[in-house]
Design a binder for this molecule. Structure first.
Ligand code: F0G
Length: 455
């Protein structure tokens, strides 16, 4: 059959409240034209993030009832640990309440002033946790990643030459090498198995452990299966095992590729590092067999990990974003290509060339999507990255709008609706105006800044 259907039936539904254009205009004004300020029940299709927004399966909800809430030694922990180890065979698995908690623990041990931590592209919480210790986060993604039109199959790959040169020149300052799979900050682009193995070989030659930020490991493995030479007939599970077999550790947000609404972990092989991490965990998260989670959360993650490597699911998952991407291209909307695993990234600067970067074309597009269709997306551009510590402003590298797809939540007709709203935005494109910021905090302004539309 040609149509790739949602490979699930719907047992529980959450009604969507359909707002009117007038209502949404009022709500936007009240929120200072910042979509983070909206109440989510005023949103028709919420594409703000794919994190923690998955629909859990009947198996996961059943497992939740089995959650054992003992302080120490809960069987839920051991089910969680063995589900993780079945895919990522690390000696130590340390649960945390979400991904950034695993990062904070890891970098409190290996970070510090004078240290340098390279990656393809650090996600912003990873970078933030590295920099909070006084260390430097360095992005070494391949140059194709910066060109929205470059049709490279693995645009998340790290530049091996630059990594080698960094380790040769300043190796003593580098405690670990990282790789983010898929590369969220670069558009959800995958890293090839070949690149993971080559990175591990370079790191090993310099005596450095390799840590993978594995948030979207299953989507990455699916891309390897579809795009990498010699991987086509293999099971996703085997590819996942190969990805992690050459690594020394990982950080994880179970809010992505574990179908959980909360959770994460730090996993690693080194006994000394694991012991230091557990000591830190007890201070900040909890005892090592629950680490900031309830037993029922550990159960939901364990069940989710069995489901996420399902090939029918992954085919549907990646197809949903490709489907929206193809229709946007047909409408003449510029997007980052090829479409990533969890989201479609629209190039708002190219779509709205009459709005200069310091008038925030990404914010203007995001506001229009909400105003015209009740869709909530996320600006990833000058609002997010343009404010410097001295208070001055610069244009970000790109002005993108991310349409992140929650897992197993929306159907094809929701996707068609998103495309129709874009049709309306395209019709009104010349009328769209930029915005100015009327109030903002000194850091992370995109969460709370208030805007006003320019005349
Ligand atoms: N690493 C990557 C690649 C991520 O995308 C995220 C979260 C984290 C780490 C942190 O995990 O949220 O559980 O603490 N990304 C979300 C997003 C917030 O919308 O892309 P967390």
């Amino acid at each position: 059959m040609k149509t790739i259907i949602e490979p699930f039936r719907i047992k529980v539904v959450e009604p969507i409240r359909i707002t009117t254009l007038e209502e949404r205009r009022r709500l936007l004004e009240a929120a200072g034209w910042n979509l983070f300020g909206l109440h989510s029940d005023d949103v028709i299709i919420d594409l703000l993030t794919d994190s923690g927004t998955s629909a859990m399966s009947a198996e996961q909800w059943s497992a939740v009832m089995r959650g054992d809430e003992s302080y120490a030694g809960s069987p839920s922990f051991y089910r969680f640990e063995s589900a993780v180890r079945e895919l990522m065979p690390f000696r130590h698995v340390i649960p945390t309440h979400q991904g950034r908690a695993a990062e904070a623990i890891l970098f409190s041990i290996v970070g510090g002033p004078g240290r340098i931590i390279p990656s393809n592209t650090h996600f912003d919480t990873t970078r933030g946790n590295i920099e909070a210790t006084g260390a430097q986060a360095v992005d070494l993604v391949i140059p194709e990643a910066h060109d929205p039109d470059a049709q490279h199959p693995f645009k998340g790959n790290i530049d091996l030459g630059r990594l080698e040169r960094l380790l040769a020149a300043s190796g003593e300052q580098v405690p670990i090498v990282m790789l983010t799979v898929t590369n969220n900050a670069g558009g959800g682009q995958p890293v090839s198995l070949e690149n993971i193995r080559a990175t591990a070989a370079i790191a090993r030659r310099h005596g450095k452990p390799l840590f993978i930020d594995g948030c979207r490991f299953a989507e990455n493995a699916w891309f390897i299966r579809c795009r990498e030479h010699g991987q086509a007939g293999r099971s996703v599970k085997d590819i996942v095992r190969d990805m992690f077999a050459v690594a020394d550790g990982m950080t994880m947000s179970a809010k992505k590729d574990a179908f959980a609404n909360i959770g994460g972990w730090l996993a690693l092989n080194d006994d000394g590092l694991a012991s230091a991490a557990r000591n830190r965990l007890i201070l900040t998260e909890g005892f090592p067999t629950y680490g900031g989670l309830a037993g029922r959360d550990l159960e939901a993650i364990a069940a989710g990990l069995h489901e996420i490597v399902d090939e029918q699911y992954l085919r549907y998952r990646v197809r949903t974003n490709e489907y929206i991407g193809e229709k946007l291209i047909a409408l003449g909307v510029p997007i980052v290509r090829p479409v990533g695993g969890h989201a479609v990234f629209v190039d708002a600067r190219r779509f709205l060339p009459h709005i200069p970067p310091l008038h925030y074309p990404g914010q203007s597009l995001a506001v229009a999507l909400y105003e015209l269709g009740g869709i909530r997306a996320c600006e990833i551009g000058t609002v997010m990255f343009g404010l410097r510590p001295d208070g001055s402003e610069v244009a970000a590298d790109m002005d993108l709008v991310r349409l992140a797809m929650p897992r197993r939540v929306y159907t094809q007709s929701h996707a068609d609706y998103v495309v129709e709203v874009f049709e309306e935005v395209v019709r009104r494109r010349d009328e769209l105006r930029g915005l100015r910021i009327v109030q903002q905090p000194a850091q992370l302004r995109h969460f709370t800044a208030r805007f006003e539309p320019l005349p």
